[in-house]
Design a protein around this ligand. Sequence first.
Ligand code: SF4
Ligand code: SF4
Length: 519
Amino acid sequence: MQTDRVEQAMRAGQRLHRIPGGLRLQHNKSVSCELPVAKAALPPRLYVPLPGPIGVGVGLLVKPGQRVRKGDPIARSDPGAGGWVHAPTSGTVDSVVSHPVSHPSGREGPCVVIEPDGLDGWTDLHPLDDWRLADPGELRRVISEAGIVGLGGAVFPTGVKVAEASERGIHTLILNGAECEPYISCDQMLMREQPASIVLGARILQRAVGARRTIIAIEDQMDAVRHALEGALREAAAADIEIVTVAAVYPQGGEKQLVQALTGLEVPGGGRPTDLGLLCQNVATATAVARAVAEGKPLVERIVTVTGNGVRRPRNLLAPVGAPIASLIDQCGGYEPNAARLVLGGPMMGYPLATDSSPVIKAANCILVLTADDIRPPQPEMPCIRCGECARVCPALLLPQQIAWTVRNGLWDEAIDFGLSDCIECGCCDFVCPSHIPLVDWFRHGKLELRLRAAERRRADIARERFEAREARLARIKRERGERMAEKKRVLADEGARQEKIAAAVERARSRNRGKDAT
Ligand code: SF4
Ligand code: SF4
């Protein structure tokens, strides 16, 4: 079996492999690691984003004027859309408004506005008595109801991921601490300051999915992190958890790239690490799992790196979901006069924000403030010179120039064949392209188009199925009506024949009687 082969290969120490492509980037992380993680001050209002419009897959559980405590459920959506949403602090629900929601599109979305009471008081918490004795299904339920999503940026609901993984069969849990984007240091600081909670999260996740061991992957330049984690592992006597250092190459921290670095195997196109018996989770996600199970606390806050040359005192803050980004910038000394662009995420995969009134979301690992000097002046796009640089750096072994060409020309089948869906939007190809072709923009546009087309196909399929069902129903009604008519005719015919027989019998009887009378 493939998964056995993967496990044997990993156990045999054949772990570290070079990923194809990638870039060695200047890290710029140390500036935000000088101060310990601080708790962000509560702003006057929190704008907690809902996963969609109320009533369309999202049920609101509170109303304006209602008092809430930290951790109280305030909305519920489909598990695949994120599941439960909880109050990030105690206070009063003010309203539900449309507000900028920290999305690449810059759009507004529904947010529950909470006015904090300043007490930050938790609701009644119900931790599991002893997670070591808990049924794995019960652990998965707690993880799901705590509203935990992947905190590495993907924000895929952890409850769904863990449930799927336990069905597939997992031998190894990989905790991803290889934070490869420049500037972002929230995972690094978490691993340095809270290594015990990561080890605890690893053990709980192992039990929840039936994994036999855990690998915590960190970058080779994270010495302080390694020391902290080693100490926590010794204290927990966790012999089934080991730390593996991988090269600081971008985007080694991508899920598929990390699997490739650890196993030498490629996650198949369109597949997942679970296809190889591996479950990948971010280290911060593991901490959220530990809090949910051992303390009964849902996910309502996260560590955010506030950094960049455009902010006065870069650092990491533990911020409640819903806190306006402006409030975090204020706590970091405010903007430098030459601040020019606000980015959510790192410089490679992040996206610009139109306003700092956007709230902290669960995906917000970094708020990056760039100055005019940091921003490459826009260059005119030139024709592709077929230099092949983009293909050389692509970690997914794609041909970026070919994909961009197919997308530009609307050749969707060819774009799929060239692997558009396997592009992780790491931006390496963009970074090196001498012709300044906005390749990733084309890929995002292409993926959106494919999604729209898939949705259109689904709608057309549903309409066709409805039409066919209607046609079948009408045909059935027509057939049944015909059968009823035929039955009626047959009954009438039988009745006619019976009447004729009776009339004939009567006639015969009359004839006989007439004969008797004549004699
Ligand atoms: S790097 Fe740019 S110019 Fe070179 S092949 Fe790729 S798209 Fe063309
Ligand atoms: S953005 Fe996509 S195509 Fe470009 S290098 Fe990254 S994975 Fe390859």
